[in-house]
Design a protein around this ligand. Structure first.
Ligand code: NAG
Ligand code: NAG
Length: 455
């Protein structure tokens, strides 16, 4: 997700159904249309908004990396306890799954992301700035990171919950809140999926903040919106020696340099120009002195594509090009994809029917002129695992507001959140889930011995 302005929050509502819905008949079209407006009004009330802001800041003060969100997870459970919401824990290490509702069908599921947006440990980011030789900035960024890095997602969920509690009587059913770990490269969504959190779920919604669109606007589109994504790392081995006596060495710096240039030809010469793909080498590590040729160089990067075929074709060619191009300079190379069991992220595809649902709900709340077309980008998102398994919908909530200065993108060290958008995200989730329940006949059946027994 590095390039873009997205964001920090990912919330998802999963809708779950076990028996025919009855509540639909009791609400008129006018009443249905009122739901999103009511949610927004409610979420903007100072007592709810301040509560959201307070939680967000608390999470920000304690950044944690993927699958290590222990304090964040505690915080989520504390809040759930305070609200008397039953939950399951742990799911996928630090994940939490909460349940709210009347206990009858249908069942709605909500998912939040408990990991901060930035993937790098703080030290890595500091290192980058040190290498830039700007030590003053290092300190500044360091303190901003502590502040800016944290806890975006959960706040929303909690919000949603409060807002949901407000309307629980209107919806007969259960809302399942899924707080997932490790969105940022770790594929926490996949682990949640493997743990069965989507069983009997009919649909899922997720959101992300965006500094590209103004507050009060949202952006979304049907179909593929984000790329499939993979990581590669290669060690190119030669023979080190004196930089002034190259004939006694096998120079891996030169070999790696040629590898990088050759990798650029995969997209420019082998891919269909109308089929968007990316190969980026973002890491080059080798050598420590200006007069010594090192034994080896490590390079690493990411590759992206909008179809499975293109993705796996790229993967195969990346490996071939690295090994064969390295051999031109007498080096050997080993290539590893997605080290440490990280999964490849599938393409994120928005369901077309859910797009209509989103337009109805968000259009009713914000006005159709505030629903912007989202142009697909090569970023990736592990929401794609959910949307691959069941109908899913991922959208962006604008946070640009001229009077508050520039809002930087989600992966910038200068990222900050426009806290005034919290009510929008919360109300959108709440409305999408509620209206979905009210308007969609139930399809699935809960398994026997359902885990909803605890309700
Ligand atoms: C490359 O691998 C071959 C086969 O294992 C080995 O003989 C050779 O020394 C290696 N070359 C380098 C530069 O490591
Ligand atoms: C109620 O549900 C039925 C399907 O069961 C659907 O056709 C109808 O549009 C729904 N009514 C409203 C007001 O959404």
């Amino acid at each position: 997700m590095a390039l873009f302005k997205w964001v920090t929050w990912i919330f998802t509502f999963h809708l779950f159904v076990s028996k025919p819905i009855s509540s639909n008949a009791s609400l008129s079209p006018h009443e249905l249309a009122q739901i999103p407006k009511n949610f927004l009004e409610s979420a903007k009330k100072p007592e709810i908004k301040d509560w959201m802001v307070g939680i967000r800041r608390k999470i920000h003060e304690n950044p944690e990396l993927g699958f290590e969100e222990f304090e964040t997870s505690n915080l989520v459970r504390d809040e759930l306890d305070q609200m008397g919401i039953p939950y399951k824990y742990p799911v996928a290490v630090t994940g939490v799954v909460g349940y709210i509702g009347t206990g009858g069908p249908p069942h709605v599921r909500l998912r939040g992301d408990v990991e901060p947006e930035r993937p790098q440990p703080v030290e890595d980011v500091l290192q980058v700035h040190i290498e830039e030789g700007n030590t003053e900035r290092v300190l500044q960024v360091g303190s901003q990171l502590g502040e800016a890095e944290k806890g975006e997602l959960i706040t929303f969920l909690r919000d949603n919950k409060d807002v949901f509690a407000w309307s629980t009587e209107e919806v007969s059913g259960i809302i399942v809140l899924v707080f997932q770990p490790a969105e940022e490269g770790g594929g926490g969504a996949k682990k949640m999926l493997d743990a069965g959190v989507l069983e009997n779920v009919d649909a899922i919604f997720g959101l992300h903040v965006s500094s590209k669109y103004p507050i009060g606007a949202v952006a979304a589109s049907p179909g593929a919106i984000l790329a499939g994504s993979g990581l590669f790392e290669a060690v190119i081995s030669g023979k080190g020696g004196h930089a002034a006596i190259p004939q006694h060495t096998i120079d891996p710096i030169l070999a790696a340099s040629n590898v990088i240039v050759s990798l650029q030809h995969l997209v420019s010469r082998e891919a269909d120009p109308l089929d968007s793909q990316v190969v980026t080498v973002a890491k080059f590590q080798g050598g420590g002195a200006f007069n010594v040729i090192p034994d080896s160089v490590t390079i690493g990067g990411t590759f992206r594509a909008f179809s499975k075929e293109s993705f796996f074709q790229l993967k195969q060619r990346i490996e071939e090009v690295i090994k064969k191009q390295a051999s031109v300079q007498r080096c050997n190379a080993t290539v590893i994809f997605n080290a440490n069991d990280r999964p490849f992220y599938p393409v994120t595809v928005n369901n077309k029917n859910l797009h209509k649902h989103f337009q109805n709900v968000a259009g009713g709340m914000l006005g159709v002129q505030n629903i912007k077309d989202f142009k697909p980008v090569m970023g990736a998102e592990d929401f794609s695992f959910f949307a691959e398994a069941i109908p899913g919908y991922f959208f962006y909530v604008g946070m640009k507001e001229e009077t508050k200065g520039q809002f930087e993108s989600g992966h910038s060290p200068y990222f900050r959140v426009n806290e005034d958008i919290l009510p929008y995200g919360a109300a959108l989730h709440a409305s999408l889930a509620t209206r979905y329940l009210l308007e969609n006949p139930l399809k699935s059946t809960l398994p026997k011995g359902s885990h909803h027994d605890e309700l």
